[in-house]
Design a protein around this ligand. Structure first.
Ligand SMILES: [Zn+2]
Length: 409
């Protein structure tokens, strides 16, 4: 068989427990067989897991790596929003590009190959963030596919000029439209405007939503209602929804069924949710993480994602989705083999579904996007934080990392 490369003895999600050889030609997977006969160069995976890369549905490249510019003391969401709003006034396009590049390169060597980055648009920062991330998208296409989601972090209806900028970004090629109703003077009004714009530009929607621990009210109801009214099921995601960690099981089940029925997906952002929720509590601090893996049982599409990196929202971050999956599993007490495997799905196949990626997965005919992990199955990758060893994007090697070596006496 005429091939460019053969990966030997890979374990591949969706292809059973036995190892398979993967044949690659012209940037695509052209064969998956027990044994491929070919003169092409080979790499021996020795039973390691090969996946089509991790999928990060929610990160903020434009405001990453600014922790050193912000003075924060209370660690609350309010403080983070105000600190970043102040820092944002000093952003230039090149500064955003440079910080975004640092985070993006980290994500690439952590095995992420698809990413939706939320980008702030408002009259203060204008389209600087959008322009910088558009450049990153082009410059790093060899390693990662970026989806740019523009959104009004500081409100829409209370911030004149913001909608015109969102429209300009959509006209200039934004991929997704985001929202943040909880910072708006008219949350339901913002939700309605975002749906109207999404319909006008035929874009998927990704809201920041219900980001506190008060279960007495939720914007989720309105998002579900508008999703049905616009027949936008399968094209709407909501991030955080930490309120879902503060409700009783019967109400949680009812919401799970409703989300599945109207096609609204959920992204949980464990690093940020853990850091910002429950600030001020001096003991028995709530974890504030929505139990996404329980929503999957109701048929909801769920992802675990990075969100913020090294800024007042989350002063940590290595852009590793293996770490985020492990952090989520540990915090939410998801320790069974089934739950750990589900956590793995929530950083691979489920976020691919959330982003409506048509050709995700290692299957014949798909792009040869492959990340090899130093583990043999999904459960152990999450439990043991198995690291990526190398990646191939559209048939070309995009990164490698060395496996640790012991030098025995
Ligand atoms: Zn976010």
């Amino acid at each position: 068989m005429s091939l460019d490369l053969v990966l030997r003895q890979a374990r591949i999600p969706g292809h059973g427990p036995e190892t398979r050889d993967i044949g690659i030609r012209n940037g695509r997977v052209v064969a998956i067989e027990t044994r491929i006969e070919s003169e092409a160069p080979t790499r021996a995976l020795e039973g390691r897991l090969a996946i089509a890369g991790f999928v990060d549905t929610h990160i903020h490249l434009d405001k990453s790596c600014i922790a050193d510019r912000c003075q924060c003391s209370s660690g609350t969401l309010d403080e983070a929003i105000h600190a970043v709003a102040a820092a944002k006034r000093g952003f230039t396009e090149d500064d955003i590009y440079e910080r975004g590049r640092r985070s993006l390169e980290k994500a690439i060597v952590q095995g992420t190959m698809h990413m939706r980055t939320h980008v702030e648009v408002d009259p203060r920062v204008g389209l600087k963030g959008f322009a910088a991330i558009q450049r990153l998208k082009q410059d790093y296409r060899w390693a990662i596919d970026l989806d740019i989601c523009v959104f009004p972090q500081e409100g829409l209806l209370n911030d004149p000029g913001t909608e015109d900028l969102l429209v300009a970004a959509c006209e200039a090629g934004a991929d997704t439209l985001g929202g943040c109703p909880y910072t708006d003077s008219d949350p339901n009004g913002q939700i309605a405007r975002i749906f109207a714009l999404a319909q006008r530009f035929d874009l998927d929607i990704d809201f920041h939503l219900d980001f506190d621990l008060d279960p007495s009210w939720m914007h989720l109801d309105e998002v579900c209602r508008q999703t049905e009214a616009h027949r936008w099921g399968g094209r709407v995601a909501v991030g955080h929804v930490t309120k879902l960690s503060a409700i009783d099981p019967p109400r949680f089940a009812a919401i799970g069924r409703r989300l599945a029925q109207c096609g609204v997906a959920v992204t949980v952002l464990p690093a940020t949710d853990l850091f910002l929720m429950g600030q001020g509590a001096l003991h028995s601090v709530p974890r504030g993480i929505a139990p996404a893996h329980r929503l999957v049982d109701f048929g909801v599409t769920c992802s675990l994602a990075t969100n913020n990196v090294l800024n007042p929202f989350t002063p940590f971050g290595d852009c590793s989705l293996v770490r985020i999956a492990n952090l989520y599993a540990n915090t939410i007490q998801a320790g069974s083999a089934k739950d750990l495997a589900l956590c793995f799905d929530m950083v691979t196949s489920l976020p691919a579904k959330l982003m409506n990626l048509a050709d995700y997965g290692i299957f014949v005919g798909n792009p040869a996007d492959i990340v090899v992990l130093d583990g043999t199955d999904a459960t152990s990758v999450v439990a043991e934080l198995a690291q990526p060893l190398f990646g191939i994007k559209r048939g070309r090697q995009s990164f490698s990392r060395s496996a640790p070596v012991l030098y025995r006496p």
